[in-house]
Design a protein around this ligand. Structure first.
Ligand code: PBG
Length: 331
């Protein structure tokens, strides 16, 4: 954008009224930009608050269909399921991860029954089922890669069988996208999309999520041997290139707001469907400030979300999805 010299150019001319501002607005935000992450738990007809994420609840599987219909009515196209797994089901071999009747797989079927229009996305990583809270198997204190990939493939196939539309590998093991894509082709699931968490950073912003899925207590150490160093941008581009070459259909940058430069670079370099995950810590910070009256929560919510669109994202996973969709509907 170039302007004539002042006073011929007065950029404020186009900011003068709401109508003029609307005419020249660059990015747009609609409910179709949102993927809504939801937490499911065992039990019947119940929900409980996640204390570190005010406004977010865990729901029993039988209540997830109603949530899906609500999302659809609001114009939200997709939901992503995360399970709160009973600690007694967490084991060293993580077998619950590919149980066809685990919480996630039951929730997938429930959503597809209640509201087939909603696209169901899953998370693939062993952490909800792992006795030590890691995304991969731990042997002698090391997170091992290849054996983990075999387990992740079993987990992804079980989700595909349950009816998932989009698989979301969030584990950051090497070679998992190719292995998963090959297994999906072999098992008759060639239509299922993979949204790879290609640029997933070793972030402290995941703290409240680990509470929400009950993984905080279990986790020993950190995830720095598999998630990306927050200092690195070129490495994230290389991870995206690799995952695309192995058969990913879409890619994700995670967390969101501290990594908007990565979103922009990803979109400019690859031009593929690009998503950001506005993670639990980002949500918690905004909600905490809003609940204290320190910021206008609604305005900051929408500003934070349009930022992702301006940065080149096609959409955003956000716990704000229903609240933001409601705000957008009410103008
Ligand atoms: C699991 C996973 C995590 C998140 C999504 N999938 C946590 C982690 O990697 O420790 C975090 C999401 C959030 O913070 O909202 N691998």
């Amino acid at each position: 954008m170039t302007y004539a010299p002042f006073p011929y150019a007065r950029p404020r001319r186009l900011r003068r009224t709401a109508a003029l501002r609307a005419m020249v607005s660059e990015a747009t935000l609609t409910p179709a930009d949102f993927i809504w992450p939801v937490f499911v738990m065992a039990g019947k007809d119940a929900e409980e608050p996640v204390s570190s994420m005010p406004g977010v609840v865990r729901r029993t599987v039988d209540r997830i269909g109603a949530a899906a219909r609500e999302a659809h009515a609001l114009g939200i196209p997709a939901m992503c399921i995360f399970p709160y797994t009973d600690p007694t089901l967490k084991t060293e071999d993580c077998a619950e991860a590919w149980n066809p009747d685990n919480l996630s797989n039951r929730a997938i079927r429930e959503i597809k029954n209640a509201c087939p229009e909603i696209a169901v996305m899953t998370d693939i990583a062993l952490d909800p089922y792992n006795i030590n809270g890691h995304d991969g198997y731990v042997e002698d204190g090391e997170i091992v890669n290849d054996r983990t990939v075999e387990a992740l493939v079993k987990m992804g196939l079980a989700q595909a069988e349950a009816g998932a539309d989009i698989l979301g590998p969030s584990d950051m093991m090497d070679g998992r996208i190719g292995a998963l894509r090959e297994a999906l082709e072999d098992e008759g699931h060639s239509d299922i999309a993979i949204l790879s968490y290609a640029a997933k950073y070793a972030s402290a912003f995941y703290g409240p999520f680990r509470d929400a899925v009950g993984a905080s207590g279990a986790l020993t150490g950190d995830k720095k041997t598999y998630q990306i160093d927050p200092a690195n941008g070129n490495e994230a581009m290389a991870m995206i290139a690799r995952d695309l070459s192995e058969g990913a259909d879409m890619i994700m940058v995670k967390p969101g707001m501290p990594y908007l430069d990565i979103c922009r670079r990803a979109k400019d370099d690859f031009g593929v469907p690009t998503f950001a995950y506005q993670v639990s810590g980002e949500y918690a910070m905004q909600q905490a400030a809003a609940l204290n009256g320190w910021i206008d929560g609604d305005k900051v919510m929408l500003e934070s979300l349009i930022g992702f669109k301006r940065a080149g994202c096609d959409g955003v996973l956000t716990y704000f999805a229903p609240a933001a969709a409601r705000l957008l509907a009410n103008g």
